[in-house]
Design a protein around this ligand. Structure first.
Ligand code: GAL
Length: 686
């Protein structure tokens, strides 16, 4: 196999004749070659010389060796497992996978091995990856252990992956293809992730307001109710930046008209009112176009063979469908101050008892078939929306239900209602390996305590969002859906409102810190939310932690769920850690049984850093200047870098930003250095 270097630390090989429609063929963003060079040189991973392939009637199979101690991560958003060693992954878009099959809203044919490499198979097909579940015959022929006592009689013990066994094989099974391009990325886990993200085009940089608090309102609310609620948040001093409207704003949804319904008789007046109060407005939609939509007829020839919920499936692989959709949205929404869209249900799985899907056999005018389109559609849809905003020199931060390969530059966060809180947390941990962001939305809560636990998690995530599409009143007033609908409030609503407000404020104080974490995502490919193994790969215990994560450079978050009660085990990697709330110093490299009341989420600060906390503002405006109070933790070893720009356009790409370095001088006093000639947006208060 002839591996060709395509950028520093990345190689490619072509096996057979690859398909025309693949993630790379459809890529939007250029490889970040300079940033890859800045990472330094790397050697072609050894595994490159050990890969074999074979082609037969069922398709193409690729084989690689796998050592017994190798740990495997990636494959996109995964809810049910973190370490994929010893598992088979089926990479097909499925909106509600019931078991740990590998299927998800955002499967990605990319994995990272602790053997020092990452591998990406450039395909939209339902690829299957056997990650060391298979041993070639003969590998166990030396075994002679007999009459050994069984430690445990259970299915899981008997079936378990026998870790200390012989060398195993990775098999990549690509059915019905005649070829594929493989890409190899060199390095440690974090470097491989960085290289993959830079290959994808670098991570996204949301506008600052996108990192504030989001609130999606009740689907049945009309214009007045939305405006009243917006006012009540301001009256209650509840920081919120973005309001979202749910399906009720369409004159018909499922499928969509993209026209205001009778519930919103004067949308422009509402948009203006909300803008005046400092809100950004985000609109729910999906891409299935209802016959009453104004561009339905024109779209007919540029849509797929089958309908979804009586609507057309636009083929975003054709320029005509993209233009029809984008022109309409630009004129009616983007230029009318809408700040983003929630791209729902593009994870349409064909495993539902519903006509919410198109079959894999469907044909599309671009030449894609339904199988490819299922994997491509989320990315194409995001790309189209991104372009609309980019054309206006505005950044968006939005939501999407399906994504896939090379998505890091797309400023969209994945979400779904269907998982429990632990799975939400794991989703955050796993998505970061493949250039994806996951939102642990606050939605249904079983009681007030559940609300607090979920709310705390979102505030320390990439997307602080309440999804209240089923309740007309905020959850801090009533968590029970029936009572909320009836307008009955909880007795202790004052308490819940206060705790939520406190956390909204904490979120706002983290904004400049989070923004700078996203700048690193953009420039260096370092994800803002990371599994512990990314920063602590040598620590074998950290490798399997799936319920804690690193947020930005300095924070370790260990969220708690209702089921945890007030106790959980927290693993802290080597080094010292400072409790975010009370400063207590804990020695890492071990686990602690910790106790935290329902209004406290366990968060730890890495020793030796500076945390730039801002005074909370209620929302981010063009004029916001953050007042930053740097907190110093231990003997500072790492500088803290903040970035300031206009926080909302693409001017930063044209060099219009400042860099602020915070460090400590010989006497232990804070040292602030600013470079760049842009307006001050972060004032350092010493
Ligand atoms: C769901 C989506 C929810 C909400 C709902 C509205 O599919 O996940 O967040 O938007 O549709 O109908």
């Amino acid at each position: 196999m002839e591996w060709k270097a395509i950028a520093e630390g990345i190689w490619k090989v072509t096996i057979g004749v690859p398909e025309a429609h693949t993630p790379v063929a459809w890529r939007k963003f250029p490889v970040q070659e300079e940033a890859l060079k800045d990472m330094g040189t790397a050697k072609l991973p050894e595994v490159a010389g050990q890969i074999t392939s074979r082609q037969d009637k069922r398709g193409l199979q690729i084989m690689l060796p796998m050592d017994t101690q190798e740990d495997i991560y990636g494959f996109g958003l995964q809810f049910r497992s973190l370490n994929q060693a010893g598992r088979k992954r089926l990479l097909r878009v499925n909106s509600d996978p019931a078991a740990d099959t590998g299927e998800s809203h955002a499967p990605v044919p990319f994995y990272i091995s602790t053997a020092g490499y990452g591998l990406f198979a450039d395909t939209f097909r339902h690829a299957e990856f056997y990650m060391g579940t298979s041993l070639e015959k003969g590998r166990s022929s030396h075994r002679r252990e007999v009459n050994q006592a069984h430690e445990e009689f259970s299915e899981s013990a008997l079936y378990a992956l026998k870790r200390n066994a012989e060398r195993r094989t990775v098999i990549i099974d690509l059915k019905a293809v005649e070829g594929v391009d493989l890409y190899l990325f060199a390095g440690k886990v974090k470097e491989v992730v960085q290289r993959y993200n830079l290959f994808s085009g670098g991570g996204c940089l949301p506008p600052m307001w996108g990192l504030g608090v989001w609130y999606r309102s009740y689907g049945g609310s009309g214009q007045e109710a939305v405006q009243d609620m917006a006012r009540s948040f301001r009256e209650e001093r509840m920081p919120v930046d973005v309001l979202g409207l749910e399906p009720g704003w369409h004159s018909h949804s499922y499928s969509c008209t993209y026209q205001w319904s009778d519930l919103f008789p004067r949308p422009e007046e509402m948009i203006q009112d909300l803008e005046g109060q400092g809100y950004k407005l985000n609109l729910w939609e999906h891409l299935f176009v209802y016959p009453a939509a104004s561009f339905y007829q024109e779209l007919l020839p540029f849509s797929g063979e089958y309908e979804v919920w009586n609507g057309l499936v636009p083929d975003f692989g054709t320029p005509e469908a993209r233009e029809l959709f984008a022109d309409y949205h630009r004129e009616h929404f983007v230029r009318k101050k809408i700040a983003g869209f929630k791209l729902d249900e593009c994870d349409n799985s064909d495993m539902n008892a519903s006509n919410w899907s198109f079959p894999d056999t469907a044909r599309f005018p671009s030449g894609m078939d339904g199988e490819q389109m299922h994997a491509a559609i989320g990315g194409l849809y995001q790309g189209l929306v991104y372009d609309m905003f980019r054309g206006e020199d505005r950044r968006t931060y939005s939501q999407v239900r399906s994504s896939g390969a090379l998505a890091a530059p797309l400023p969209f966060v994945l979400y779904s209602d269907l998982y429990d809180h632990k799975q939400f947390i794991r989703g955050m941990v796993t998505s970061g390996f493949s250039g994806l962001l996951w939102a642990p939305e606050v939605r249904s809560c079983r009681n007030g305590r559940d609300l607090l636990r979920r709310m705390e998690t979102i505030m320390f995530s990439a997307h602080a969002i309440y999804n209240c599409w089923r309740i007309p009143n905020p959850p801090w007033k009533q968590v029970d859906i029936t009572k909320n609908l009836a307008g009955e409030f909880m007795e202790d609503t004052g308490y819940y409102t206060d705790v939520c407000r406190r956390y909204h404020e904490i979120r706002m104080s983290l904004l400049p810190y989070l923004y700078s974490a996203f700048v690193r995502y953009r420039r260096e490919g370092i994800p803002p939310v990371r599994a512990l193994v990314m920063d602590y790969e040598e620590d074998l215990q950290a490798r399997n932690v799936d319920d804690e994560y690193l947020l930005g450079d300095s924070l370790l978050v260990a969220p708690m769920t209702l089921e945890d009660g007030t106790e959980r085990r927290v693993y802290l990697p080597a080094g010292k850690w400072h409790d975010f709330w009370n400063g207590t110093v804990l020695e890492g490299g071990k686990s602690y049984e910790i106790t935290a009341d329902y209004d406290k989420i366990p968060v730890y600060v890495r020793d030796g850093c500076i945390l730039p906390l801002a005074e909370p503002v209620e929302y981010v405006s063009r004029d916001t200047v953050f007042q930053i109070h740097p907190r110093i933790y231990g003997d500072v070893r790492e500088e803290c870098t903040l970035y300031e720009d206009d926080f909302e356009t693409f001017a930063f790409e044209r060099g219009k930003f400042n860099r602020i370095s915070l460090g400590v001088d010989a006497e232990g006093k804070l040292r602030v250095e600013r470079s760049g000639g842009e307006r001050e947006r972060c004032r350092i208060v010493v």
